[in-house]
Design a protein around this ligand. Sequence first.
Ligand code: 2YH
Length: 270
Amino acid sequence: MTRLREEDIYDVGANLSYYDRQLIHKVGTNLAGIAAHALGKTPGDFVAIHDTALIGVIPVTCGQGIIGGFSTTVQKIIEFLGFTAFVTATNDVSGLAEAVKKGARIIFLADDNDFVAINLVNGQVSDNGEATGRGYAAALDLMSGGVQGKNVLVIGAGPVGAGAAAFMTAQGARVLVHDIDTEKVEKMRQVLPGIEVAKELHAALTECKLVVEATPAAATIDKKYIDQDILISAPGIPLGIDQESCVLVSERLIHDVLEIGVATMLFTVL
Ligand code: 2YH
């Protein structure tokens, strides 16, 4: 699992408006639109609760500790979506108590393994991996004009890939899943019997022009597969294509470090 670094996120908060415009250009809707679509809704469905859903972000020191800027970046993404959020002055258990005392209805917190949003009022919990996969699948669905009946390749059978595969299956796509660990794909198939196991990445990339790259590996997709038809939604960190491919596919590539995942987590627990 990839642990974000300070340098991965230092400019995310300042660039949210720019990123939102890029999403509109590529996907046809913005960050809120993508997160809402991941839940089969529209951003308007959440407007009425903007003022009531106070959100606390709690820094967590265990394991490898606090990532500079992580909590404030999460706060900025939430605020960008029109909600009120604060980062607690204290960490860990003390931060949780502080968030509740200050009236937080929803909390966000992450350690080295898990990043979750919890709605303390309705009991909803969202996992960042699953939500990120769903959010990126929703973006690809919109970018492609709808995946129904189309071949979609999901690379990576971890929680992000599982979230993406579940969304794509529900949309009526033919979903192929590849992972270097084929057992992980078989396990995913027990939960999502509709998916197909793509044993050969080469064959799958030849067959599918809609790709969700959900691995923590670099350069998963070779440059030879990057043609004018391919659309890539890439939640994986680091990005699974090289610099040159990135330039070639930039107009048809969705990739960020936190934005779509956090937005989808928030809308999931509201
Ligand atoms: O980046 C991570 C983990 N890889 C979890 C990812 C789950 N998909 N965690 C962030 C750790 C943040 C830190 N504890 C803080 O600043 O609070």
